[in-house]
Design a protein. Structure first.
Length: 106
């Protein structure tokens, strides 16, 4: 029987983020009798949960890194650009309203 560390090592070698390959590997171990079906199912579930958490952590880290880089480069964020667009739209509407009230045109 294979211990958990060996199983994790084989899973990592199969490639993180490739659920089909990992499931094939687990199915193969079950067929060979190195894992019971319930152990295989439990491992697939645990691996999927850990992979999801890792993905979320990586995504958050990347977002934080990008935001801090943009901040250092003094590049506006999407939210800041959208806020400015809303202000420009509101000001344009006010200018048109004022031009209409004074009777001037382009």
């Amino acid at each position: 029987m294979m211990n958990i560390n060996e199983l994790w090592h084989k899973t990592l070698m199969a490639g993180l983020g490739v659920p089909e390959k990992m499931k094939e590997m687990i199915d193969d171990l079950v067929k060979k009798g190195e894992l019971s079906e319930s152990q295989g199912a439990k491992f697939v579930k645990e691996w999927s949960e850990k992979a999801g958490k890792t993905g979320d952590d990586i995504s958050k880290s990347m977002t934080d890194l990008i935001n801090s880089t943009l901040e250092k480069m003094n590049i506006p964020t999407k939210e800041e650009v959208e806020k400015l667009e809303r202000k420009v739209t509101a000001l344009s509407a006010r200018v048109k309203k004022l031009e209409g009230a004074s009777g001037t045109s382009d």
